[in-house]
Write a protein of this length. Structure first.
Ligand SMILES: CC(=O)N[C@H]1[C@@H](OP(=O)(O)OP(=O)(O)OC[C@H]2O[C@@H](n3ccc(=O)[nH]c3=O)[C@H](O)[C@@H]2O)O[C@H](CO)[C@@H](O)[C@@H]1O[C@H](C)C(=O)N[C@@H](C)C(=O)N[C@@H](CCC(=O)O)C(=O)O
Ligand SMILES: Nc1ncnc2c1ncn2[C@@H]1O[C@H](COP(=O)(O)OP(=O)(O)OP(=O)(O)O)[C@@H](O)[C@H]1O
Length: 448
């Protein structure tokens, strides 16, 4: 019999304690006085933390404990949040309130819950003195997700000869292969969710999407301080900041912790509270998804046979696709569509092993991407307007225009659209906002 009670009846969610020993961060949570939920993150070959970085390391470990709690908090979403042994200052509470509210917005929407006014981290602790520099070496951690975005970021960083390590969290062999393909030094950090979470899920706890990029980011902040890196360079594109849908005045964005709002909050928090010489940014922030697929078509050839953007590959528990692309999910649909304008057709078909745009059974999936009679899918896909621009470009190309879904687009959807808004070129122009440090700005130029 389970020793867990239904977390949906709990009065409080507790951040019990955190520790670090022998390269393993232990993050402990509980509902009320129930059994402990212990997540472990293992940093291979972890060196001893140098004395001048000890304060920053503790601040980063505490931050990781607080951020990673989102996976467990969601199981019960009780009224009270308790942080044992420490009272968050206002900046910390604000960062976490925002992360839990917006990062769980899809979870709340799909479970018909309203977290507004419910997510409230305790606060009132003294704001610490502003963090100083801790002498981090000039080199970057570049997270690898197995897909096109991180490949583009890696190749841009390599093009300016900046020192960098390809890093990933979790045990995906697909990501490991991509990371090795980069030719950079590699670092694989293991993450083990508390087994009790799966027990709670089986009991019918609340479940749904979590802002996993925030969790990976907090893990990499700890890694940067531990191993000595002055920057963490994600590959989150501009399109990730655009909400999936709006509901009762609240934006619901599946990709919230990939968006610029979260990036800026964490960047500022790290400078003020952890280490003033640790940069957190996204190299792809100025670019749309279409600009990224266009760059991938140019730079990504060495990865064509090993990469995948299909998130079904990255499940911890659920079934994985037989080959790298399931061909059925929104990610497969979007990446196929967004690469098509920039790549020879046969090349694309050989990557996917099929032509998704000549398959009538995929109509609903592509309609959702175009925001035609549906909202954008809850997945990491580009804006509806850029999907429409890609579809329109294909409808002008002799090699694509007779494929089943392009024919349908021309006949049924295009007449309802304003052609002046369907040009591809504006999507290839970079935007202005990004937090890329001066030292790496040449890598931005390499993408332009
Ligand atoms: C791989 C994937 O997409 N998983 C999502 C899926 O989970 P599923 O039940 O199919 O299987 P598992 O991934 O094996 O998860 C098992 C359970 O564990 C929970 N969980 C997992 C990881 C974690 O960090 N915390 C957790 O609590 C999970 O809830 C499962 O019950 O559906 C779930 C429910 O919607 C999603 O939560 C799973 O998403 C993963 C957390 C995940 O890694 N997803 C990324 C591929 C993803 O969605 N990335 C977004 C970025 C969003 C952001 O703001 O960071 C993107 O690329 O757009
Ligand atoms: N397991 C992971 N460990 C570390 N970073 C990750 C992991 N999964 C994704 N990321 C990073 O999170 C960011 C967003 O992931 P995303 O899935 O959009 O990127 P991707 O896999 O490179 O490209 P694609 O959009 O084709 O899937 C990227 O910077 C990616 O490197």
């Amino acid at each position: 019999m389970s020793s867990f009670a239904d977390p949906r009846n709990a009065a409080s969610f507790r951040f019990v304690r955190h520790g670090f020993a022998d390269g393993v961060a232990e993050l402990v949570y509980a509902f009320d006085d129930g059994p402990e939920l212990i997540e472990r993150v293992t940093f291979p070959g972890a060196p001893t933390v140098p004395a001048e970085r000890a304060g920053a390391f503790e601040a980063a470990l505490r931050l990781l404990h607080l951020v990673a709690g989102v996976s467990y908090y969601k199981a019960g979403i009780p009224e009270r949040i308790v942080v044992e042994g420490w009272t968050p200052d206002e900046d910390t509470a604000t960062l976490l309130d925002s992360l839990y509210l917006h990062g769980l917005a899809e979870f709340a929407y799909r479970n018909r819950l309203d977290l507004r006014g419910r997510v409230r981290f305790p606060t009132g602790g003294t704001r610490p003195a502003r963090a100083g520099a801790i002498g981090l070496p000039q080199r970057s951690l570049v997270p690898i997700g197995g897909g096109k975005d991180s490949v583009v970021a890696v190749e841009a960083i390599k093009s300016i000869g900046a020192e960098a390590t390809a890093v990933w969290v979790g045990n995906s062999p697909l990501i490991a292969t991509c990371a090795e393909r980069t030719g950079l030094t590699t670092l694989n950090i293991a993450r083990e969710l508390a087994p009790g979470l799966f027990e709670l899920n089986r009991m019918g706890a609340w479940n749904g999407h979590i802002p996993v990029t925030a969790v990976n980011s907090a893990i990499l902040v700890l890694a940067a301080i531990l191993y000595g890196y002055d920057s963490i360079v994600f590959a989150n594109e501009r399109s990730a900041s655009v909400a999936t849908l709006e509901y009762e005045g609240q934006e619901v964005n599946h990709q919230w912790s990939k968006g610029f709002g979260f990036e800026k909050s964490l960047h500022d928090y790290l400078h003020g509270h952890v280490a003033s010489d640790l940069d957190y940014c996204s190299l792809l922030r100025p670019y749309s998804e279409l600009a990224v697929t266009s760059a991938f078509a140019r730079l990504g050839a060495p990865y064509f046979e090993v990469f995948s953007s299909c998130n079904r590959n990255f499940r911890i528990l659920g079934p994985k696709p037989a080959d790298r692309w399931c061909g059925q999910c929104p990610k497969c649909h979007f990446v196929f569509l967004a690469l098509a304008p920039f790549m020879p057709k046969q090349r694309l078909l050989s990557i996917f092993g099929r032509n998704l745009l000549d398959d009538e059974s995929q109509v609903a999936g592509f309609d959702a991407l175009l925001e035609f009679q549906d909202h954008k899918p809850f997945e990491c896909v580009g804006e509806g307007a850029e999907a429409r621009a890609a579809m329109h470009a294909l409808s002008q190309r002799p090699d694509w225009r007779e494929d089943a879904l392009i024919v349908r687009f021309r006949r049924e959807i295009l007449p309802q659209l304003d052609v002046a808004e369907l040009a591809l070129e504006p999507w290839l122009e970079p935007g202005a906002s990004h937090l890329v440090p001066q030292r790496l700005s040449g890598a931005l130029d390499a993408l332009g």
